[in-house]
Design a protein around this ligand. Structure first.
Ligand SMILES: Cc1ncc(COP(=O)(O)O)c(C=O)c1O
Length: 327
């Protein structure tokens, strides 16, 4: 059969893709480098990043004063150094120098709003599989604006993953290594394909660990409970801060211990925490509603405290904040 072409209805041209935006500079091995000049050769892609370690760090703005506060820079760069040590890297910069570099970069890029700071260390002389022991450790830091979801009332639906969290004798979750995130990625893909927002991974012993990029808290009988640091979790900086804030600001008990899967199904409240997740309430787990399905009352209180401390609205905990002076 011959198909006679008919006059095509006018089709609106596709909307142009938004112009890519990027900051003016990134920091690389001691220098502020214009974004467009920060290239590496294509032949080094691949194996050189197998051992790469990174951090996710935030700077928050106080809406009342406009002041920008780097949040726990010292703690993040200490963990970055620990990750590099565990990868047997040889960084040329101390945690204090990297914190200073982050402040310089925030200023140079004129990021006056809420901003992510992302350091990455990798073995820059490696182009095939090797131990990399002789390689230089290169470090870059990039910055990027972000929108906080603290106090938006949003909740996530979750499931227990069929993927097991990597263990300390495999790819230790204590190391914030890019390669570990293949485990996180597989769990996240499975969760999303099954209609959930996020997975929660168990360890080989069947105990609860964490989400793909965040730690986990539950509330049972008025007590905050979070998996111990030897359950197979990243030594989360937000987790440590929240434990302290829950105890000191809310006068609550906090337990760090093993958690059984079925405890999640009977928890009164639950939330993820982390630099990216901030404090993300969980509305359901494996189709069990958590509490009312919304943000629980103790979660609401802790989220408020955290929000006020990171933004410097609560002037306490000043050692966790570093002023970024844009003047
Ligand atoms: C696997 C994993 N667990 C926990 C966290 C939370 O860590 P932090 O609070 O230090 O950001 C992250 C954050 O990126 C993560 O990737």
């Amino acid at each position: 059969m011959t198909v006679i072409p008919t006059a095509a209805a006018p089709v609106a041209p596709p909307a142009p893709a938004p112009a890519p935006t990027h900051p003016a500079y990134l920091w690389r091995n001691g220098e502020l480098v214009p974004w467009a000049d920060a290239n590496v050769h294509a032949s080094t892609l691949g194996w050189s990043t197998m051992a790469a370690v990174f951090e996710g760090i935030k700077a928050y703005v106080n809406p009342q004063t406009g002041a920008q506060w780097g949040w726990q820079f010292a703690e993040h760069f200490a963990r970055f150094a620990q990750s590099m040590r565990l990868q047997r890297m040889r960084p040329e910069f101390s945690p204090a120098e990297l914190a200073d570099a982050s402040v310089a970069l925030l200023r140079a890029n004129g990021h006056v709003g809420d901003t992510y700071v992302r350091p990455l260390a990798w073995l820059s002389d490696v182009s095939w599989f090797t131990d990399g022991l002789d390689s230089r450790t290169s470090i870059v830091i990039v910055t990027e604006p972000f929108r906080s979801h603290l106090q938006t009332g949003r909740t996530w639906s979750t499931c227990v993953s069929s993927w097991i969290r990597v263990g300390d004798n495999q790819l230790s979750p204590r190391v914030k290594c890019i390669s570990n995130y293949q485990n996180s990625r597989l769990a996240l893909i499975e969760a999303k394909k099954n209609g959930f927002d996020q997975p929660i991974l168990l360890n080989l012993a069947g105990k609860v660990t964490e989400g793909p990029a965040s730690c986990l808290f539950m509330v049972r009988d008025g007590v905050f409970v979070t998996p111990s640091l030897t359950s197979g979790v990243l030594e989360s900086i937000t987790r440590t801060a929240l434990i302290r804030l829950a105890r000191e600001e809310l006068g609550m008990q906090v337990q760090e211990r093993e958690i059984d899967r079925t405890e999640l199904y009977v928890a009164d409240e639950m939330f993820f925490c982390g630099t990216g997740a901030e404090l993300m309430p969980i509305g359901s787990i494996d189709h069990f509603q958590v509490g009312s399905g919304g943000v629980g009352p103790l979660t609401t209180r802790l989220e408020r405290v955290f929000h006020d401390v990171v933004r410097g609205i609560n002037p306490g905990y000043g050692h966790w904040r570093r002023r970024v002076d844009h003047a």
